[in-house]
Design a protein around this ligand. Structure first.
Ligand SMILES: Cc1ncc(COP(=O)(O)O)c(C=O)c1O
Length: 405
């Protein structure tokens, strides 16, 4: 800007006050370093199954490059309806209760904008995915965080939700299996929350993007719980289970009144999700089940390796039951999670994300994604072990200096 130019008006208060994502900073540094093993990224390391890619190529060759219906391709919606019915026994009409979105990311934004008036509160168990609280705030709402803890396996209880409820509470946001903790919720606990939501007349917004990545038992779909469907906005998508992050396809399912409101906003702001992605998603939901099973099997192997390895090097780590993240405590190193992550990156070239990026309860943890090959996980563990020993030696030396002084 030239010296005598008038600066433009200020940005909106909401934009100014929105914190930048705590994840990005570490990616940016890691991207400029050589020989970095990244346990930082939250996306599958697999390429989209070949058959899915081929279907998208075919659709392009056919010249399918237009808008679709605002709701999304009807075929895709019908297949999603069938899939949810078969998996969880929950029924949605493909015609007007399912909306194809630009990932769960857009679905979350639409859900908040459709149900919140300024000042309405949304209860958000933490640590949680970085977008949750931001989406509530961007829609004019107020996120009310509840801290969950490692000793409770990062599960949230109905008593905690009750204690956080006020007359302004409009919704409870659930995200299980969880990013960053890998926690899942037992069916009974979710049923208690659903019953509570009904008693207090609250919405349930359920982000189930990791529903297929559970290892120790079946996933519970919140909308399928008795009495829950009428007040639930179910969000899911193709990014994680089918290794399709770049295609940007998700879906929202809700009773028709809520979905119509979401659709209206979507039709003005997005118009429709990209057609290539929708064609690919259709192929995925029809034919990629064997690939999903194969990838889940591989994540499970990696999960055991990383959790075992972290515990062996002295970083206490509960066994995550879903998603592809381990969330060990770094407390006993005496470092903060920020210090740990920063030093680990610079000294051993391993990228992890400090837990505080995900809110309260994450401060003394780091998130390690195991969506990476076994050999890389092994090498990362070796480097982390060396780093933890070095920090312990520094601590001992500092203790001796204090004693000698
Ligand atoms: C819990 C959770 N929800 C939503 C998203 C975003 O998903 P999508 O690619 O469908 O927008 C992510 C991505 O990391 C996530 O971890």
């Amino acid at each position: 800007m030239s010296k005598d130019a008038t600066p433009p008006p200020p940005l909106s208060r909401i934009a100014r006050e929105l914190p930048a994502s705590g994840i990005r900073r570490f990616f940016d540094i890691a991207a400029q370093m050589e020989d970095v093993i990244s346990l930082g990224v939250g996306e599958p390391d697999f390429a989209t199954p070949w058959g899915v890619r081929e279907a998208a190529i075919h659709s392009l060759k056919q010249g399918q490059t237009t808008y679709t219906s605002n709701y999304g391709d009807l075929h895709l919606r019908q297949h999603i309806a069938r899939h949810l019915d078969e998996m969880y026994g929950v029924h949605y009409r493909g015609a007007d209760e399912i909306l194809i979105t630009v990932g769960v990311s857009e679905g979350m934004d639409l859900a908040m904008r459709a149900i919140l008036d300024p000042g309405d509160e949304v209860i958000v168990p933490e640590p949680c995915y970085v977008s949750y609280k931001a989406c509530v705030g961007l829609a004019g709402g107020v996120p009310v965080g509840i801290e969950t803890r490692a000793q409770d396996q990062f599960r949230v209880s109905v008593a905690q939700i009750e204690a956080a409820t006020t007359p302004r509470t409009k919704a409870i946001l659930l995200g299980y299996p969880s990013n960053p903790t890998g926690a899942t919720m037992p069916r009974e606990m979710l049923q208690e929350i659903a019953d509570y939501a009904r008693r207090r007349n609250l919405y349930l917004i359920s982000d189930e993007i990791y529903d297929r990545l559970t290892y120790d038992g079946p996933h519970t779909c919140v909308a399928a719980l008795p009495g829950a469907r009428e007040r639930t906005i179910l969000l899911n998508g193709f990014s994680k289970a089918y290794a399709m992050t770049g295609w940007r396809i998700g879906y929202a399912c809700a009773p028709v009144e809520v979905l119509t409101a979401m659709m209206k906003i979507h039709s003005y702001t997005i118009l429709c999700a990209p057609i290539m992605g929708q064609k690919a998603a259709l192929e995925a939901i029809k034919n990629a089940e064997p690939s999903v099973r194969d990838m889940v099997g591989q994540y499970n192997q990696r999960r055991r390796l990383i959790v075992d390895g972290l515990n062996k090097i002295g970083l206490d780590c509960h066994m995550p039951q879903g998603a592809f993240y381990a969330f060990p405590s770094i407390k006993r190193t005496g470092l903060t999670a920020e210090e740990f992550a920063e030093r680990l990156l610079f000294e051993e070239h391993v990228a992890v994300v400090p837990g505080a990026a995900f809110g309260r309860g994450g401060e003394s943890h780091i998130r390690c994604s195991y969506a990476t090959g076994l050999d890389k996980i092994q090498e990362a563990l070796r480097r982390m072990g060396r780093f933890v020993e070095k920090v312990a030696a520094e601590k001992r030396a500092a203790g001796r200096t204090v004693q000698a002084a």
